[in-house]
Design a protein around this ligand. Structure first.
Ligand code: PMP
Length: 353
């Protein structure tokens, strides 16, 4: 930091993403990526799109992707917004729907980008505590003056709220926008997407980085009333009209069309998750019931940080948050069966020391 930094830049506490190391090959279970890779049809379509047309700007309306999403989800095109990863869609949403001087509300343990965006956009926020088993008490998310954001399933706990609770939150905040971040919804939660016609204050955000295995392409969507989508378009076109590149638009469209491949790979992840959760419990871990592609687990006697460090020494990366209430927990992404067997073998060696 020096005298050339703006006051804003000096005030920021940026989000710290899970590491993407290059020093050696790790079993990488720290950023909830998909172990199975994108559908072969996505790869084929993307490769075929690498041609001279890359000299041209992409379609700023992402019409091909948005049409495919409209068909796939049974909503109309003007109810969908596309952005460069759901992080960008979230940032635009904070700008489009939340106001300085009003207070937004989110749970105290949730996706750690929310407070970062709040400070970037100079928004006040309060957090509501999760209960002792990491459930979001939805009755605390009522009558916010500034709006609500929650992740469902929540991160890093993996716990999902039922649709009835989301309905309660929507009905309890009729004058502000409720953003439901469904990054992990395909792994077991109930999507609120079907409620967008009913609640003009609902914005549902999804990503192609998890169940669709396209984290490297950066694609996110928002679904909501067409007036909300207009606000997002307005923010986007005041910032960067071409947030999705040509290849991302093609890859995302092909992914939406290969439902069968993604159904199969998502089922595999869920099956592996359930077996792995059982194995962790047998080894004296407390494990939350996860509806996501990761598990949130704490050993009953060995500190989380110690396990994290020793897994890393054995070439296995998981995520550990040095935060009150969850410092003993590890967030472990679900990989292939072979990768999870390697984690269990490493844990057996660590726990026997
Ligand atoms: N929301 C949640 C809850 C997440 O965990 C993530 C992944 N870090 C994102 C949004 C962002 O995903 P992406 O920008 O890759 O779409």
């Amino acid at each position: 930091m020096n005298k050339y930094w703006s006051g804003l830049a000096q005030s920021l506490e940026p989000y710290v993403p899970g590491e993407q190391p290059r020093d050696k090959k790790y079993i990488k279970l720290n950023t909830n990526e998909n172990p199975y890779g994108p559908s072969p049809r996505v790869l084929e379509a993307t490769r075929a799109a690498v041609d001279d047309s890359l000299r041209l700007y992409p379609d700023p309306t992402c019409d091909m992707l948005i049409s495919a999403a409209a068909e796939s989800y049974g909503v109309s095109k003007d109810q969908i917004f596309a952005g460069n990863g759901s992080d960008e869609v979230l940032a635009f949403s904070f700008m489009a729907f939340f106001n300085p001087g009003k207070t937004i509300v989110f749970p105290n343990i949730t996706y750690s980008f929310y407070p970062v965006y709040a400070s970037l956009f100079r928004l006040d926020y309060v957090t509501t505590p999760l209960d002792s088993t990491f459930n979001i008490p939805s009755d605390q998310l009522m009558n916010s003056s500034g709006g609500i954001i929650l992740a469902n399933p929540n991160a890093p706990t993996g716990k999902a709220l039922p649709l009835s609770a989301i309905r309660d939150v929507l009905a309890g905040n009729p004058d502000t926008v409720v953003i439901v971040d469904e990054a992990y919804i395909d792994y077991g939660g109930e999507s609120a997407l079907g409620l967008i016609d009913e609640y003009p204050n609902l914005l549902v955000i999804q990503t192609f980085s998890k169940s669709r295995a396209l984290a490297g392409m950066r694609i996110g969507l928002a679904f909501g009333d067409k007036e909300l989508i207009c606000a997002l378009e307005s923010v986007k076109n005041s910032f960067n009209s071409y947030t999705l590149d040509r290849l991302a638009i093609i890859a995302g469209t092909a992914a939406l069309r290969d439902k069968e491949y993604y159904r199969r790979t998502t089922e595999k992840v869920i099956k592996t998750r359930e077996v792995f959760a059982g194995e962790l419990r047998r080894r004296n871990f407390t494990v939350t019931d996860s509806a996501a592609n990761f598990l949130f687990a704490a050993h009953k006697s060995v500190p989380g940080e110690r396990i994290f460090t020793q897994l890393r020494e054995r070439g296995i990366l998981v995520r550990h948050f040095k935060m009150p209430l969850i410092e003993n927990n590890l967030r472990i992404s679900i990989g292939t069966d072979e990768e999870m067997a390697a984690v269990l073998a490493a844990l057996d060696s660590i726990l026997s020391e």
